[in-house]
Design a protein around this ligand. Structure first.
Ligand code: HEC
Ligand code: HEC
Length: 338
């Protein structure tokens, strides 16, 4: 992450720090609902741009054979994640990883399980030319295809006042993605001071999440993610039998097997779980943590140890995780009106 990116996201980090404190410390200062994600100065949000980005996100003509849109793998009813353990791209080719939710992804300072993209704009270019995803040979071919579509010529001219370019495609999609936020989950309302927003079981689950479950050590802030990388020893079930994770980016041997802590927002909607979709249910995930994670040839995170939770504790924890789903604000008016 370079400095300028950090600067852009500084307000989020500050708020994330506030939210990371246990409720006792936080109680005095009322925490506001999560603010809208940061918007880079080079890609301001306008109503027309968001509408164009939405159209592109759902348009299979962006893929080489006209069959796969972004939404094919980021399914709106599944929290904009993929219900398949690993994604299938053009021609049924299998990728190595589970598609994470695009919902609330705009809050992450870096994108992907290994953090290899520094922004949504940079991220969007990835799947378009990835051979196992949308499989375009290069960005030129996408631009050529879109320029032949009259409707896009009109829409791009309206937003950008000129010819279609790949950067404008990425920008419009990113502007749309920044509207995909869910700031009003029961947990958010609870943090705001509505003590009835969580059920009794969810409140007990929250105590375990912050206490003996140690979950909040890594899952904290707006996203319930520290945006850092950890190795839990998740079983390697994907077609990429050995996925070294963050190591492929940094080449630091200590990063072997580490993946970015995913958001837990809307986690009840985004099964299956983990970078390779190894677990089908939240119960399986909680059982995995309870037994101290999995085996790994690499150094495992020191926080991942057997937790000795009771059956009731585990149920409560799962109930708490269900309180993290909010309403999707795809209404174009939401961000564009500012
Ligand atoms: C064939 C399936 C597939 C298609 C099509 C696809 N994605 Fe993804 N997407 C994935 C997978 C798999 C990952 C995780 C890859 C990784 O981390 O290495 C991902 C990651 C992402 C992320 C990162 C989220 C995060 O939390 O880090 C965003 C944002 C995203 N995709 C947006 C898009 C957009 C925009 C498009 C269309 C231009 C698109 N995707 C098309 C499968 C797909
Ligand atoms: C050491 C940091 C750390 C701790 C502690 C931790 N997690 Fe995680 N969590 C992660 C990372 C990293 C992943 C992704 C791992 C992977 O895919 O290899 C993850 C994945 C998950 C997922 C899957 C989300 C998805 O979209 O795939 C859930 C659910 C989850 N954690 C819940 C919990 C709960 C509940 C606890 C406490 C019992 C907990 N975590 C403790 C770091 C942590």
């Amino acid at each position: 992450m370079n400095r300028s990116v950090f600067g852009k996201f500084l307000p989020v980090f500050c708020l994330a720090t506030v939210l990371a404190f246990p409720p006792s410390i936080r109680a005095a200062s009322l925490v506001p609902l999560p603010p809208a994600p940061p918007v880079p100065s080079g890609n301001l949000m306008t109503k027309d741009k968001i509408a164009l980005g939405k159209k592109l996100f759902f348009d299979p003509r962006l893929s080489a054979n006209g069959s796969i849109s972004c939404a094919f793998c980021h399914v709106p009813t599944a929290g904009y994640a993929d219900p398949k353990p690993v994604s299938l791209g053009v021609g049924g080719k299998r990728g190595g990883r589970n598609a994470p939710p695009v919902l609330d992804a705009a809050y992450f300072p870096v994108q992907f399980w290994d953090g290899r993209a520094g922004s949504l704009e940079e991220q969007a270019l990835g799947p378009l030319t990835n051979p196992v995803e949308m499989a375009n040979p290069d960005s030129r071919s996408i631009v050529t295809r879109l320029r032949r579509i009259r409707e896009y010529r009109i829409l791009f001219a309206r937003v950008y006042g000129g010819q279609i370019s790949i950067d404008h495609v990425a920008q419009a999609i990113s502007a749309f993605e920044r509207t995909l936020v869910t700031p009003d989950s029961p947990y958010d309302r609870y943090l705001m001071g509505d003590k009835n927003a969580l059920t009794a079981a969810q409140k007990r689950g929250l105590a375990i999440f912050q206490g003996k479950g140690r979950c909040a050590a890594c899952h904290n802030g707006i996203l319930l993610s520290d945006s850092a990388y950890h190795n839990l020893g998740v079983p390697q079930t994907g077609p990429m039998r050995v996925d070294v994770g963050r190591y492929a980016i940094t080449h630091d041997p200590m990063d072997k097997g580490k993946f970015r802590t995913p958001t837990l927002r809307n986690v009840a909607l985004t099964a299956p779980y983990m970078h390779d979709g190894a677990f089908r249910t939240l119960k399986e995930v909680v059982d995995f943590y309870d037994r101290g994670g999995g085996k790994s040839p690499y150094t495992k995170d020191s926080l991942i140890v057997p937790l000795h939770l009771s059956a009731q504790d585990k149920k409560d924890l799962v109930e708490f995780l269900k309180s993290l789903s909010g309403e999707t604000r795809t209404q174009l008016s939401y961000r564009a009106s500012r």
